[in-house]
Write a protein that binds this ligand. Structure first.
Ligand code: HGY
Ligand code: MN
Ligand code: MN
Length: 405
């Protein structure tokens, strides 16, 4: 049976989508919400689910639901996301969707009859790679972001969420908290590739999640004086790129000074961006995480103070703008213990990565299953999980679903 899930040494579903959203320039995959690649993934999911006899619907926030049985209430929901970071790996998101479909296929093949409805879900814009706010679909669904705030978000080309949602066939005025859809969820279980080295030495291909670091995204807007690269002496400049470079080092220093903290500048925009132009402004996005809400807030305050100092020293000004916030998540410990028991005592594991399961954990019973990542690398084309471990993940998910359905 397990062999039937494999194609070319990986789960067949991952194999089927391996040509979608390939990013020749960056390597890996770029599959951003409501782009050609992501529409193709939605079609693939719909066809795959239909082959299992599931009824697929799109909710008003662009999340996909494939139902086995009449929709909710008290449904068991499993799934993840299909979008990616720019140049991302094959497993972050899709593994949870493919594993969910495979687990349903196995339950069906065994003649299992669920007593509760089951849905496989695909959340929209989990990475926030297009509009900047991670887990946008689950945040909208649960009310963690308002429809108004979401509609106004823009992508790198200035397209708003409202415009993109409309082009995708949604009614943008209906984006927002969806109590009806939320009320159908009795339990959400998200399977995900591990995004660190936490499982490598634990002797188990799978683990159950215990917690997620508090984290958020901030934008540093550094303003200087646009000018001519040849005609402006080195001591006459107020160059925001130089100031931003110093700010990046200050961000690193702040994170190094906080226990178990992480801070990353992974994206910058230079305005206007010309080789012979001293820039007038720079946007630098900071992803900061730490082990409690208070520590993360303190990290950001320390970072801001350090950044202000070095930017002022460069003759520029800086503004810190919070773009999203996700408080510490501690998954329901009784539920986690129950699932650990069902799987025969697998490890409990914290993570530094955010997930739709984290967003939903404040509203519905939620748990996560992690599949071992032999290198710990993620958000990179090198992200990997062994086929046997992915199969073990499917089997674990099947057992968990069987135990709660
Ligand atoms: O950014 C995160 O932690 C997640 O992978 N979206
Ligand atoms: Mn990710
Ligand atoms: Mn993910």
């Amino acid at each position: 049976m397990t062999g039937g899930l494999l194609a070319h040494g990986r789960l067949a579903g991952l194999d089927e989508i391996s040509g979608v959203g390939v990013d020749a320039a960056r390597g890996g995959f770029s599959r951003h919400v409501w782009t050609t690649a992501e529409f193709e993934l939605r079609e693939w999911f719909t066809a795959r689910a239909a082959r299992l006899g599931l009824d697929v619907e799109t909710d008003r926030n662009g999340n996909l639901w494939a139902w086995w049985g009449a929709p909710g209430p008290d449904a068991v929901v499993t799934g993840s996301h299909l979008d990616s970071v720019p140049g991302g790996g094959a497993f972050d998101g899709p593994l949870g969707v493919v594993a969910a479909l495979d687990a349903v296929a196995r339950l069906q093949a065994s003649g299992f009859r669920p007593r509760r409805p089951l849905a496989v879900v695909v959340f929209a814009e989990e990475e926030g790679s297009r509009f900047g706010v991670a887990c946008l679909g689950s945040r909208l669904l649960s009310g963690a972001i308002s429809g108004d705030a979401a509609r106004a978000l823009t992508d790198a080309d200035g397209v708003t969420v409202a415009e993109a949602a409309s082009a995708a066939g949604l009614a943008p005025e209906h984006l927002g908290r969806d109590d009806e859809a939320l009320a159908r969820i009795g339990l959400f279980i998200e399977l995900h590739v591990e995004q660190g080295r936490g499982l490598i030495d634990l002797g188990s291909p799978v683990a159950i999640a215990s917690s997620i670091l508090a984290h958020g995204r901030w934008r540093l807007r550094v303003n200087g004086q646009g000018n001519h690269a040849g005609a402006t002496g080195m001591r006459e400049r107020r160059d925001p790129v130089v100031a931003a470079a110093r700010a990046v080092l200050a961000v690193e220093q702040a994170a190094l000074a906080t226990e178990d903290a992480r801070a990353t500048v992974g994206r910058m925009r230079i305005v206007p961006g010309g080789t012979n132009v001293i820039a007038s402004a720079v946007d630098a996005w900071v992803d900061a995480r730490a082990s409690s809400d208070a520590q993360t807030r303190a990290l950001v305050a320390d970072m801001e103070a350090r950044v202000q100092e070095v930017v002022a020293g460069s003759g520029c000004t800086v503004e810190l703008i919070e773009e999203s916030w996700s408080g510490l998540v501690e998954f329901d410990s009784a539920l986690a213990a129950q699932l650990v028991g069902t799987l025969g005592g697998v490890p409990l594991l914290p993570t530094g990565a955010g997930h739709d399961a984290g967003v939903l954990s404040g509203r519905v019973p939620t748990a996560m299953v992690f599949v071992r990542n032999p290198t710990g690398v993620s958000h990179s084309p090198e992200e990997f999980a062994e086929a046997e471990d992915c199969i073990a993940g499917v089997e674990a998910l099947e057992s968990l679903l069987r135990s709660v359905l």
